[in-house]
Design a protein around this ligand. Structure first.
Ligand SMILES: Nc1ncnc2c1ncn2[C@@H]1O[C@H](COP(=O)(O)OP(=O)(O)OP(=O)(O)O)[C@@H](O)[C@H]1O
Ligand SMILES: [Mg+2]
Length: 148
């Protein structure tokens, strides 16, 4: 773990992902907290988490849509919110999506979100989901800020 600016990490991943978004009619919107958000983190693992969320969003918006990435700050945490305007998740399935091998996709391994959750928890953080069928899905990640 080393000091990572979450805003910088998010920016890097958006730059990396944006050509794919364009080619799939996905509009990226970004709104970043106006100061650095420094967390003790494994940057490569967190990038993997973000990419998993972007790909899931893309797969939920096959006709295109909006992918919105925000960062915010609470007293003790950096907050990353990844929202899409995709098909959403049935309420009865919401608690299953973080389980290993749960997938509704042909050929999906169902490991993306379970691995992501493990990574976030290894940072003493949390990840939660909100979703409305037919409107979209939003993942909120909290990561403890490095103490000064
Ligand atoms: N943004 C989203 N919108 C709608 N459903 C989602 C979204 N993200 C995840 N899901 C649901 O949660 C399930 C589990 O996601 P997860 O990323 O763990 O596995 P997967 O995408 O199916 O396979 P993979 O291992 O290739 O990532 C998905 O199959 C899908 O049903
Ligand atoms: Mg996935």
């Amino acid at each position: 773990m080393s000091p990572v600016d979450i805003n910088q990490l998010v920016t890097d991943m958006i730059d990396f992902y944006s050509p794919q978004a364009v080619s799939r009619s996905i509009t990226l919107r970004t709104s970043l907290y106006d100061q650095p958000l420094i967390c003790a983190a494994d940057g490569d693992s967190l990038k993997q988490v973000l990419l998993n969320l972007f790909i899931n969003a893309q797969q939920a918006m096959l006709g295109g849509g909006e992918l919105i990435i925000r960062t915010q700050k609470t007293d003790s945490s950096a907050v990353i919110i990844v929202s899409d305007t995709g098909k959403g998740i049935d309420p009865e399935n919401l608690e299953k999506i973080f389980h290993a091998y749960y997938s509704t996709k042909t050929g999906g391994s169902g490991l993306g979100l379970s691995a992501s959750k493990k990574i976030i928890e290894a940072h003493n953080g949390s990840i939660k989901v909100d979703s409305i069928v037919g409107q979209g899905t939003s993942f909120t990640i909290l990561l403890p800020l490095e103490k000064k």
